[in-house]
Design a protein around this ligand. Structure first.
Ligand SMILES: [Zn+2]
Length: 413
């Protein structure tokens, strides 16, 4: 087995050694020989401590080995971020706090260290401390302002403080997309250090619409329909094609006793993003039933299936047919589509309907075993997947729990 702890220690040692070599090469013609040998001694002592699993003593040696100036600050920033990435946040905090206390940093370096320390606090879950440091950086208005606001958005999302997330998102939109800056305009920053890649303008607008939708859901729980509608208007202003907004507005209209309006809104989803249409089916079913128009509903579902074969639509229609017209109608539909959609879930549904009308005992035993096995297969398979990181699961998360992106988790076909 590979000892990952040891491997990471070696990586840290090599990185510090490489940076030391770079620093010395840079100072080749100006450094006094004595200083160089002191640096080497400090480096090897630090390395020795690292290899002996004594990282705290190693930090002391490294911090004493170099004088802090515009060149060596980079070395400590790398050392600190390596500790953070190794999960040793306490040590990363120590390195960065030590740096921040040095009086000879210029304002730009001070901001860079402050950002790194804020990210240590963020990794350690000390959100209030991270928030304070980042707010200072935003107030300073320097070149790290964009990164600081971006990290603040991350904190507000974790705290579910949607109002402040909206304010911060608005600020990002005003400042402009950092991805459009040229290499020379971009602030010096370790991109691997970021808690999450920066959003571009379209992603910010998508996230802003989701923040509003979170507020809508809260207002709905409180029964404040007027407020819910206001937040929905805001969400749609950010993202006209927000499927979540259409779904929520459909729910609000239904709750307010307007099923016709709800139907119109929910049907729009088929054109906005067809893959999410299955999410609207249960509510559409409720709306049509409230209007006593079940026949119209069945005809609409059938016409959708003719236009495009969709697995969840097929299974939903089969269930509707079974409830209204019995097992054989549902079976006929499934048998029609089984050759086009030979998936375990379609087969499982057919077996369920078959068993309800089966009378032969031996046949019943075989079908039961087959149905149990295939149900197990269907239950194990995920229903949703993130198009960005591949995370999959059984419930719809509007924000991917793995990569923390909004609107990337979609129903699987
Ligand atoms: Zn993801």
């Amino acid at each position: 087995m590979i000892d990952f702890g040891l491997v990471t220690l070696l990586v840290i040692a090599i990185a510090v050694g490489w940076l030391l070599a770079w620093y010395e090469a840079k100072k080749k013609y100006t450094l006094i020989k004595n200083t160089t040998s002191n640096l080497n001694r400090g480096y090897f002592l630090g390395l020795n401590y690292l290899l002996n699993e004594q990282p705290d003593q190693a930090i002391d040696e490294f911090l004493n080995a170099f004088e802090i100036n515009s060149d060596t600050v980079e070395i400590y920033l790398v050392l600190g971020s390596l500790f953070r990435r190794r999960g040793e946040v306490d040590r990363a905090i120590r390195v960065h706090q030590d740096l921040l206390a040095r009086p000879n940093l210029d304002p730009q370096q001070q901001s860079q260290v402050q950002l790194a320390l804020a990210r240590d606090y963020l990794s350690a879950g000390l959100l209030d401390r991270a928030e304070r440091l980042l707010e200072e950086l935003v107030a300073q208005g320097g070149e790290y302002r964009h990164s600081a606001i971006d990290d603040l958005v991350n904190i507000y999302e974790q705290e579910k403080d949607w109002h402040r997330a909206i304010e911060a998102g608005e600020m990002l939109l005003k400042i402009g997309d950092p991805n459009l800056l040229t290499v020379w305009q971009k602030p010096k920053e370790n991109v691997f250090d970021k808690p999450r890649p920066a959003y571009n303008d379209a992603q910010i607008q998508c996230a802003l619409a989701h923040y509003c939708c979170e507020l809508v859901e809260h207002a709905m729980v409180m029964g404040d329909w007027l407020q819910a509608k206001q937040y929905l208007k805001q969400a749609m202003a950010y993202d006209r094609n927000s499927v979540r907004s259409s779904l929520l507005l459909g729910q609000v209209e239904f709750q307010l006793g307007h099923p016709k309006e709800a139907i119109k809104l929910l049907k729009k989803i088929r054109h906005q993003e067809p893959v999410y249409f299955s999410e609207a089916l249960p509510l559409l079913d409720q709306c049509y039933r409230a209007l006593n128009k079940e026949d119209e509903w069945l005809a609409y579902l059938k016409s959708c299936l003719v236009e495009q074969v969709d697995l969840s639509l097929l299974l939903f229609l089969a269930d509707c047919l079974q409830k209204t017209q019995g097992d054989s109608a549902a079976q006929r539909l499934i048998l029609d589509y089984l050759p086009k959609q030979p998936t375990p879930s379609v087969l499982q549904r057919l077996l369920v309907y078959k068993m309800q009308s089966c009378s032969h005992e031996e046949m019943m035993i075989t079908l039961t075993l087959l149905q149990q096995w295939i149900t197990h297969v269907v239950e194990l398979s995920p229903k949703y997947q993130c198009g960005h990181c591949g995370f999959s699961g059984k419930t719809l998360h509007w924000m991917c729990p793995s990569c923390k992106r909004w609107g990337t988790v979609k129903p699987l076909a």
